[in-house]
Design a protein around this ligand. Structure first.
Ligand code: FAD
Ligand code: NAI
Length: 469
């Protein structure tokens, strides 16, 4: 039997590791159980961080090949060194997961390696790959076991030619033809990576639009931008099967979503990116009596408590957007709640970013949601074509769209398509955290020349009018 702990967290992803650090800062004795050899979960090992390393490198490769000439930089066509690009990704991951090791040591957090399961409230069993089981005695338990890729029935993932995002960030050569199933965030981000490096990318999407959940005007315009880059889309379509030929090439059977004749697409690699599902296997939740909802997520109350006292859950394994920063904020909130503070997450102001070029960033309500809810709203828009800095950077694609309440002028949602949109969205997140009005933003001085001026102009457009259009 190991020591008695105040808190034991199962899973060391952004939810679990951030929860552990905050709990330790608040004076708790904390243990974390992790089955993988490195800390940091999906996000740091096979998700956010490696994908962003590849997105950055491939964007510069594309720019060096096609964007420099107009700026007066003549260079020979850049040569791709894929092994080195993958090294950059691996080193970025190593440096980030090493950072979590360091933070755990600094905060005296005990790490138990192995699969964690809940024997009963207050008792966690750790089963390592080899060697004896350990039992942890603990006042409280937080389940932070995250999510795994969903798969389509009848499609065998080998992570070499038929891949999830995990194989999709580790291909050893650029596929000539890449078929992506699912026009969600993973499909468009990883589709962009391989397209920039030379693949012909076709995205097959079940719905009649890309990026479900995002503002539909934004999604429509963004789709056009991706098409201009050469990405092809087959919307309202489903993949009925993937057949492997003797030479290793793939034939993808695509049918209209409503049924009808199949079309065959050639591919060297197929990326399955149709969403992720909560991961609770092996936790022993049945025995512990922890209830799941209809989608297999741990059911929690407003304080992240499951159906069993002393057992809590956060991150991808509970309801809500599957985003690292949402998991982190829930980790902080539950640590605060367990130490008697008023931990809280404002779900109305969680930003979401697609790290393509241009980026798509959004916070709060979409126009579609406001329409459906019958809210009276007004729209302020400003295009980057009218922004001086964007012109200087040859980055005039995209626009800012702000939605505000007609009566109160309070900002209800904001959507940006454009270079650095993922950085710029935060002034709108902060404004919404303070329940700000568009006039607050319109009267705030923005440095010139910056891309952020487009945000102020969109806010001005909600009042007496934008200046530069
Ligand atoms: P996870 O990060 O999934 O961590 C769960 C951990 O629990 C894992 O380490 C796992 O090994 C461990 N575990 C599970 N079961 C057990 C057990 N029984 N015992 C011990 N350990 C266990 N989100 C963003 O916000 N921005 C992005 O740019 C972004 N990019 C992404 C790119 C990709 C390719 C993918 C796949 C995801 C991306 N995400 C992104 C989503 C993000 O990774 C998740 O939302 C986030 O990791 C969820 O954190 P979590 O702590 O809930 O779980
Ligand atoms: P997703 O939910 O974003 O998109 C899945 C897409 O697949 C949807 O458009 C859906 O309609 C489509 N689809 C579902 N079944 C299909 C089928 N049978 N045939 C064709 N299309 C089908 O899921 P994705 O891209 O797999 O990402 C998983 C999660 O990871 C997301 O929830 C996202 O939040 C998170 N993530 C976040 C990132 C970010 O914040 N930048 C980056 C990558 C992932």
């Amino acid at each position: 039997m190991a020591d008695q702990f105040d808190l034991t967290i199962i899973g060391s992803g952004p939810g679990g590791y951030v929860c552990a650090i905050r709990a330790a800062q608040l004076g708790m004795k904390v243990a974390v159980v992790e089955k993988w050899p490195t800390l940091g979960g999906t996000c740091l090992n096979i998700g956010c961080i490696p994908s962003k390393a590849l997105l950055h490198a491939s964007e510069l490769f594309e720019e060096a090949g096609h964007g420099f000439k107009a700026l007066g930089i003549d260079i020979p066509a850049p040569q791709l060194n894929l092994p080195q690009m993958m090294n950059h990704k691996t080193e970025t991951v190593a440096s980030n997961v090493g950072g979590v090791d360091y933070l755990f040591k600094k905060n005296k957090i005990a790490v138990f390696r192995g699969i964690g399961s809940i024997a009963a409230p207050g008792r966690v069993l750790v089963t390592p790959q080899s060697g004896p089981q350990t039992e942890i005695s603990t006042k409280n338990i937080v389940i932070a076991t995250g999510s795994v890729s969903a798969n389509l029935p009848g499609i065998d993932i080998d992570e070499k030619t038929v891949v999830t995002s995990t194989g999709g960030i580790s291909l050893d050569k650029v596929p000539n033809k890449l078929v992506v199933i699912g026009a969600g965030v993973i499909g468009l981000e990883l589709g962009s990576v391989w397209q920039r490096l030379g693949s012909q990318v076709t995205v097959v999407e079940y719905l009649d639009r890309i990026l479900p959940g995002m503002d539909s005007e934004v999604a429509r315009q963004f789709q056009r931008m991706l098409q201009k880059q050469g990405m092809e889309f087959k919307l309202s379509s489903k993949v009925a099967g993937v057949d492997k030929q003797d030479d290793g090439a793939l034939k993808v059977r695509v049918e209209p979503a409503k049924g009808g004749d199949a079309e065959l697409l050639d591919a060297n690699v197929v990326l399955v990116a149709i969403g992720r599902k909560p991961f609770t296997e092996g936790l022993g939740l049945d025995l512990a009596g922890v209830a799941l909802d209809e989608r297999g997520r741990v059911r929690v109350d407003a304080h992240y408590k499951s159906s069993v006292d002393g057992i809590y859950a956060i991150g991808d394994v509970i309801a809500g957007p599957m985003l690292a920063h949402k998991a982190e904020d829930e980790g902080i909130a539950v640590a605060e709640i367990l130490s008697g503070q008023a931990g809280h997450v404002n779900y109305a102001a969680i930003p979401s970013v697609v790290y393509t070029n241009p980026e798509v960033a959004s916070v709060g309500k979409t126009e579609d949601e406001l329409k459906a809810e019958g809210v009276e709203y007004k729209i302020g828009k400003f295009p980057f074509t009218a922004n001086g800095r964007a012109k200087a950077m040859l980055a005039t694609q995209g626009f800012v769209k702000i939605l505000a309440d007609v009566q109160t002028d309070r900002v209800l949602g904001a959507h940006i398509v454009g270079k650095n949109a993922g950085e710029m969205i935060h002034e709108l997140v902060t404004l919404m955290e303070f329940s700000g009005a568009s006039e607050d933003l319109a009267r705030t001085t923005h440095a010139h020349p910056t891309l952020s001026e487009a945000i102020r102009e969109a806010a001005l457009a909600l009042g007496d009018g934008a200046i530069h259009i």
